[in-house]
Ligand binder design. Structure first.
Ligand SMILES: C[S@@+](CC[C@H](N)C(=O)[O-])C[C@H]1O[C@@H](n2cnc3c(N)ncnc32)[C@H](O)[C@@H]1O
Length: 288
């Protein structure tokens, strides 16, 4: 095996990186501007210098996708940077379930609360050609990234973005319409747990994308209130849940009159996606 490549693998495993061989290959591919499968050794001195620069960032625990500037999620490649949460494989289950619920050619309207890179709503729209969507985020920089991704994936003509804080009193007026489906992966880490997260997460994902308040559930409580107004009767809401949160989340929405349809586990058997439905009979709308 090439000596330089071996050295990268050694250094990566020395700081506890889980897939040092794969990451070394991806770093070399980026440094040589080649496809990982087409990579050839030895690297030129300039390419080695570039690879070492990338390696140093990884040794400082910058996530590889943020070094490379993009990440695969569901069936597409998404641009990522420090302004967006890195899309996680765990979230693909929410996309799969949403696509399963939406009959593929239905002309439905979807709301994504906390759109980030746009990975959820854009993956759904790519599979459902007659659906349209709105992506909301508090972060203007994440919306710029989501817009670029929408263009790259070819869904930008069916997707609008709104910059807004869902805790604002005027949120419903800003959104100004109702939806057949709401999807959301809101921040859900309890504030006190953030310091204990891996450096890849706590130092490189935006804090606003992580912090779910004292018990991690602040955003779910607010989204439940808002969904009473924003979801059409009979419409569905799909929420990503952190470990051990699914039943609490279901309870929050049930108290607002929603009906729990299913809790879906991810591949690690963690209850990851909570699916609720708004009953066809009108829910009483309190002031919000
Ligand atoms: C966990 S990230 C999810 C990002 C993306 N949907 C995904 O699944 O990868 C949560 C997102 O919610 C946004 N957010 C946090 N608080 C918000 C608020 N009060 N109003 C609107 N968006 C908010 C963050 O900026 C972040 O993009």
């Amino acid at each position: 095996m090439d000596e330089f490549y071996q050295e990268l693998i050694r250094k990566l495993s020395g700081v506890g990186i889980n897939s040092p061989r794969l990451e070394a290959r991806l770093i070399c591919a980026q440094a040589t501007k080649s496809e990982p499968s087409q990579l050839t050794f030895p690297l030129t001195p300039q390419q080695k210098a570039e690879a070492l620069k990338l390696l140093q960032q990884r040794l400082n625990h910058k996530p590889l996708d943020k070094i490379l500037g993009h990440r695969e999620f569901y069936k597409s490649d998404f641009l990522v940077d420090e302004n967006v949460l890195s899309p996680r494989p765990d979230t693909e289950i929410l996309v799969e379930e949403a696509i399963r619920l939406v009959e593929q050619n239905q002309p439905i309207r979807i709301l994504d609360l906390g759109t980030g890179s746009g990975c959820i709503i854009e993956s759904i729209l790519a599979e459902c050609p007659n659906a349209v969507g709105v992506g909301v985020d508090i972060s203007p920089k994440s919306l710029l990234m989501a817009q670029k991704n929408a263009e790259q994936i070819g869904v930008s003509t069916r997707l609008k973005f709104i910059q807004a804080d869902w805790f604002d009193r005027s949120f419903v007026q800003k959104t100004a319409q109702t939806f057949d489906l709401i999807v959301s992966n809101p921040p859900y880490i309890p504030t006190g747990d953030i310091q204990g997260l891996d450096p890849e997460v706590k130092n490189y994902d935006p804090y606003i994308a992580l912090d779910g308040g004292a018990d991690g559930l602040d955003s779910y409580r607010r989204i439940a209130e808002l969904s009473v107004h924003l979801l059409k009767a009979g419409g569905y809401i799909l929420l990503e849940a952190g470990i051990g949160q699914a039943l609490d989340i279901a309870g929050i929405f049930q108290r607002q009159g929603f009906v729990l349809k299913q809790i879906v586990q991810d591949l690690s058997h963690i209850e990851r996606c909570v699916i609720l439905q708004k009953p066809v009979a009108e829910i009483k709308k309190d002031g919000i």
